[in-house]
Ligand binder design. Structure first.
Ligand SMILES: NC(=O)c1ccc[n+]([C@@H]2O[C@H](COP(=O)([O-])OP(=O)(O)OC[C@H]3O[C@@H](n4cnc5c(N)ncnc54)[C@H](OP(=O)(O)O)[C@@H]3O)[C@@H](O)[C@H]2O)c1
Length: 280
């Protein structure tokens, strides 16, 4: 049995779908099973990273765990709680969805504790450190549908934008084989691409202009504080945003094509497959 946390989100839902397609037994964790739209083949379990007893139920009998905590300052506590429960239950391997760091070699601060907990757990571990998801462009969809400039937080900085489906495919391999244990993969797309270049791709796909409006740094900081009233965490995130804007986050890796044995999916293909979200 493979337990997928974050199963209703961007990456987790793809991991669930791909495991089911391979005929693997899947248990999906969500805080709200009644609202979760998961395939019929999936065993759905109620679980919250903040509720240890629910984690113990979720990991019971699982051989592998996909560890994906949502975004926020609670990630370290959530990761430690899940890995602790997995270890106590005798799980064999954990695949942690981490994140690319500015220099490429290390995760950002909010994923360090979870990686450390996994390394020290005695479990077989694999870390996936993706760059920015192509699906982040869906945040632009309401503005694009309305014919308005889409909000851009990253200026002209370029990122190795990666297709979530590719990230999930690597997760599936790591969850179902011992070959990826003890590996930390930096997962980027096939190109470094700026927000402006992504807008141009969408423009070509949609056949009409897609424009962007840069969000001033201070306004972005206030928006983040309103959403996450944790100044230390917001400072860390803002440091990352500034690094992207300054071109200090232009990290590219060939880990993904090496693991999958095929090229990574480019932003143009992602845009083609998600065209409907921008036309409405
Ligand atoms: N976006 C990017 O460009 C990017 C790039 C690199 C790394 N990342 C990392 O990716 C992760 C986010 O992945 P995602 O975008 O796939 O997630 P997402 O779509 O935002 O979904 C979050 C998932 O986490 C679950 N969740 C949230 N709080 C929970 C809690 N307290 N207990 C149990 N489950 C909880 C939600 O499940 P329910 O609501 O069903 O309970 C949901 O399935 C973050 O760790 C982020 O650092 C993101």
């Amino acid at each position: 049995m493979i337990l997928i946390t974050g199963a209703t989100g961007t990456i987790g839902s793809q991991v669930v779908r791909q495991l089911i397609a391979r005929g693997e037994p899947v248990r999906a964790m969500t805080r709200n099973p009644a609202a979760a739209r998961l395939p019929d083949e999936v065993e759905v379990v109620a679980g919250d990273f903040g509720d240890t007893a629910s984690l113990e139920r979720a990991v019971h009998g699982a051989t592998a765990v996909f560890a994906l905590s949502g975004a926020g300052p609670e990630i370290p506590d959530h990761d430690r709680a899940l890995i602790g429960a997995a270890r106590a239950a005798g799980v064999r391997r954990v695949v942690k969805l981490s994140s690319i760091g500015m220099a490429g070699a290390e995760p950002p601060p909010w994923h360090e504790a979870g990686e450390r907990a996994a390394r020290e757990s005695g479990l077989g571990w694999t870390f996936l450190r993706p760059s920015a998801f192509a699906s982040n462009a869906l945040e632009w969809a309401p503005a694009i549908r309305a014919g308005e400039p889409a909000p851009n937080r990253f200026g002209s900085g370029r990122l190795g934008v990666v297709d979530p489906r590719d990230v999930a495919e690597v997760a599936v391999l790591a969850l179902t084989s011992d070959r990826h244990q003890g590996r930390a993969y930096t997962l980027t797309g096939p190109e470094l691409i700026s927000a402006g270049e992504q807008a141009a791709v969408l423009s070509a796909e949609l056949g009409r202009p897609v424009t962007l409006a840069d969000i001033p740094l201070e306004r972005l900081r206030q928006q983040m504080l309103a959403y996450r009233p944790d100044p230390a965490f917001v400072d860390q995130v803002m440091a990352g945003v500034e690094a992207v804007r300054d071109g200090r986050a232009e990290v590219f890796s060939d880990d993904l094509p090496r693991v999958l044995g095929r090229p990574a999916t480019g932003f143009a293909e992602w845009a083609r497959d998600h065209r409907a979200a921008f036309t409405g």
